[in-house]
Write a protein of this length. Sequence first.
Length: 372
Amino acid sequence: MITIKEIVTKKELKQFVKFPFSLYKDNPYWVPPIINDELAGFDKSKNPAFENAEVHFFLAYKNSTIVGKVVAILNWIEIKQQGLKKMRFGWFDVIDDIDVTKTLLDKVYEIGKQHNLEYIEGPVGFSNLDKVGILTDGFDELNTMNTWYNHPYYKTHLEQLGYVKEKEYIENKFPFSNIKPEYFQKAQTLIKKRYQLKSLNFSSTKQLMPYVDEMFDLFNESYAKLSTFVPISDTQKEYFKKKYISFINPEFITFVVDKNEKIVAFAIVMPSFAKALQKANGKLFPFGIFHLLKAKKRTKDVIFYLIGVHPDYQNKGVHAIIFDQYYNVFSKKGIQNCIRGPELADNIAIHQLWKRFDPKIYRKRRTYRKGI
């Protein structure tokens, strides 16, 4: 018999976070999170996402053993301000038992019905900076720290239960040797001159921090037209600054500014922490922190996390300035592989941006929806 429990205690929340450690035990492609970071992300007093969201955590039990988990999310900005009658679910993990999947998602469905919502979509997070989608292709590729991994049967379960594809995301990678500087070096010089732009780069996190709020403002402007985009609030900016920026090499964040020093484009690249996180196995101490610091300093693989361009400067070749800067940085650091995080499959503009580097699709993922 399957029983579902809404969890409320810290002990239960820790069990929720630790369930995937048993589900993916000995899986060479799963990348574990840092347990305390996950717990902090679910702490209503620490994560400002809870200011505009109602969140329910559920665990599924079978014979007193945890067999699945899910987070049900009501994003009130999305529902009340944007008029999207959507019920979100995320952080979904389950054993290969479709009855467990059904019972868990029925709880999400019930909450959506109680609030007169029209459909369920997931897996998604609280905001656009959270992880997204279940993996549908590329199960034998090492996961990244900014994506969810899952077993192949997740897709089968959802489709058998009547969920249909909502959005598809693709992940690409290419060797650094594919980057030919002649494609953008001349162009970036002309673009800088034509639009009176320059690159702004950093050698320390302290130098970078005064610009981060403006970067997030530009992120909101750059992505506002994407489907179901939820803007980042001022309190969320502070949260993400503390959570992410200190982990990123400052030279991996670059800005393009106009003649008035206003940011018109930005890019964030992250070191690949995947193997370091596997060694840490959920814990920063005593040795996990050393694995992460070593990866930050010596990484040979990088993940393109975000690129944003102000609407007034889109389609004007500003990305050439960004690529030129990264080419110089990556050359010095001996970077070998460039990995792109999940991007919407129908975002033609972003795919055109990368085509000269001959990227190869190595993973695909989807969100699924079902009417309520």
